[in-house]
Design a protein. Structure first.
Length: 437
């Protein structure tokens, strides 16, 4: 049998029908059955001795043998940057902790490598019940001081984990803590499975996105618990590589718990296009935003075929927010912002949001398109929202409210400007100034 056929037999997880919706699941990685322990390669589990060389040697020895599992046993292992290769499973046993060595990441051309990186590789797994600790406080304090002084050219803080141009990638069971920058950066990867991970950092930690996915396809994210200082999960993309082919396609996110952070986001870069995304059975508790889509004329693209189902939000400031203005909306819907030559208008269309419960929120549903590029064809079904102020729909058409109840403490439950809606009656505004709660 051809070797690629074997991989399909051992690694294929087909698309499934779950709860009446199509779950995207790509091909799982195929890893050979051999194992090397990093302690046998010289790693010392005391949390103080640098284990970088020993871990690299274990990974490279496994690579040269044709692949397999690199085992990190219980203990505390201090390490600098390490690289994973094709057919490698880096497995952290229970009570295993990889500690990021802050002295091992000097800047080169104003950049720093990620702690764990793989590029242009295939069949990679990061697994186990262990923990990867970025010890980020060492990096956050000087960053805040530089920002306060207006410094803009300081070297970038290292990301914790970075995968670039990888195929058949799986992350399972791992806990990540306190990255200097993003927990996971996953770019231009296909057949990605992320399951049962925990990612945490303080809610004021700068730029600590948990799952930052750019230009990905065939992705399943399930069973994750995330509380962090920036986007909990974000999908984004730059310009499309192939005309008419979206850069982000076929993504399922389900059965996840999102705590503090900026929520489940699409954008702000969407110029490559986003299509066929389903998020279901998600709880948001204390996040800044829940369902968030954002872009501006300089970075917009077509975002379509997006489905959110069975969502619970408690204490979320912006429960549903789709905006063609980023980072700041104009003072009111009768005003626009100067395009300054930008021509990449955001296009939001064919979006379904259903079976949602919102409680204890300051704001409600906000749909804010451009005067020349309205948001189109959004279906809002079976939504119960309790908030301080009501919903806003500006520059939008084909917006259907079905079984939607909005209980607002202040003002009208629904305010409209340049909007065509059905299923609910709203109050027409004159485009006066809008201030969010």
């Amino acid at each position: 049998m051809h070797r690629h056929s074997k991989k399909l037999l051992f690694g294929l997880l087909p698309a499934m029908i779950l709860g009446g919706s199509r779950t995207i699941a790509g091909t799982l990685p195929s890893i050979p059955l051999r194992e090397i322990d990093i302690v046998s390669a010289g790693a010392v589990p005391d949390g103080m001795t640098s284990c970088t060389s020993a871990i690299r040697n274990a990974i490279e020895k496994t690579r040269d043998a044709g692949g397999g599992r690199v085992m990190v046993p219980a203990g505390r292992f201090l390490t600098g940057p390490i690289t994973l290769y094709s057919n490698i499973d880096l497995h952290l046993a229970k009570d295993a902790i990889l500690l990021m060595d802050p002295t091992a990441f000097p800047a080169v051309n104003n950049e720093r490598p990620a702690m764990i990186h793989a590029g242009k590789a295939h069949d990679i797994r990061l697994s186990g019940e262990g923990t990867i600790d970025g010890q980020g406080e060492v990096w956050w304090k000087p960053f805040r001081e530089e920002k306060a002084k207006g410094v803009k050219d300081a070297p970038r803080r290292p990301q914790l984990i970075s995968f670039n141009q990888c195929e058949r990638l799986e992350v399972r069971g791992i806990t990540t803590l306190n990255p200097p920058n993003t927990h996971y950066s996953i770019k231009q990867c296909g057949d990605v499975t992320i399951k049962d991970i925990t990612a945490t950092a303080p809610n004021d930690s700068p730029n600590t996105d948990a799952l930052n996915l750019s230009g990905v396809r065939n992705v399943l994210i399930t069973g994750c618990n995330i509380s962090t200082g920036d986007d909990n999960i974000v999908l984004l993309c730059s310009a499309a590589k192939e005309p008419g082919v979206p850069e982000v396609e076929n993504v399922t996110i389900r059965d996840c718990k999102l705590g503090f952070g900026h929520g489940l986001s699409i954008g702000s870069y969407t110029s490559g296009g986003v299509r066929n995304v389903t998020a279901e059975n998600i709880s948001f508790d204390g996040t800044t935003s829940g369902i968030r889509m954002k872009a501006w004329r300089d970075r917009g693209g077509v975002v379509e075929g997006i489905h959110y189902r069975n969502i619970t939000m408690r204490g979320v400031r912006y429960p549903v927010f789709i905006s063609s203005y980023y980072p700041q909306e104009p003072a009111g819907p009768a005003k626009d912002l100067p395009a300054n030559g930008a021509t990449k208008n955001p296009v939001w269309r064919n979006i379904e949001i259903s079976d949602v419960t919102i409680s204890g929120s300051k704001n409600s549903i906000i749909l804010w398109g451009l005067p020349d590029e309205p948001i189109t064809n959004v279906s809002l079904k079976n939504i119960k929202a309790s908030s301080q102020v009501g919903a806003l729909v500006f520059h939008a058409k084909g917006i259907d409210f079905s079984g939607v109840e909005i209980a607002s403490v202040e003002g009208s439950p629904l305010r409209l400007f340049d909007a065509k809606i059905s299923g609910m009656t709203g109050t027409e505004t004159k485009g006066e100034e809008v201030k969010f709660k």
